[in-house]
Design a protein around this ligand. Sequence first.
Ligand SMILES: [Zn+2]
Length: 191
Amino acid sequence: MDFTKLIKKEIVKISAKDYAPETCPFCSSDEIIIRTSYKRSIPELGNIDTRRIIELHVATFKCEKCECKYTPQHTDYPKKYEYSRRIIQTALSLHFKKNFSGNKIAAHLAEYFSVQIPPKTIYSWINALTEEFMKSEFEAEPEKALEAYKALTIDGTGFSLGNQLLGKKNDVQLSSAVKLSNGIYLLTWWE
Ligand SMILES: [Zn+2]
C-alpha cells in the first residue's frame, strides 16, 4: 500500500439558482431576475488528501411584479462566517464532545479534513456559538443540555462539564466562566 500523501484541490461550484426559492418570497411571482451577483470562496470539509473549496454564487434577485429585492442565503454557508457550517459544527463537536482545545482542533481538521483554520478563529466560534450548538445538539431534550452546564465545576486543576461532557485534569493557567442565559455558563480557559 502506498501512503504517499498528495493533497489535491477540489472546487465545488454552487449556483444561486440551486438554493434560491423558485418564486418571489413576498408575492410568489415567478417573474424573478438576478440583478447583481458575486462569488464567495469558502473552505469546506475535505478529507485526508482532498482540500475542498466551495465556489458559492451569491445573487440578489429582483421580482418584476412587486419590485422587491432579496438575497437568498445558503444554510451551509452563513454569510458572516468564512468557513462552512459543517466545519464549524465539526470543530464545536470536537470541543464539546471530545474535549479538544482550539489548537488540537486546528491540527485535527488540517490532518484529516485538509482544512487550515487559525486556532483563534476556532476559539471565537466556541465563544459565539456555544449556546446555539448546545440547543441544536440537545434539540429533543434541551433541559439535558442545561443540566450538563449547571454541573460545571472548577477544582483548581481542571474542570468537568457534567456527565455528558467530561472535563480534563490538566493544569489550567487561567479560566473564566460567563453566564450566557437560561443558566448556561461558558467556561473559557488557557493552558
Ligand atoms: Zn414579488
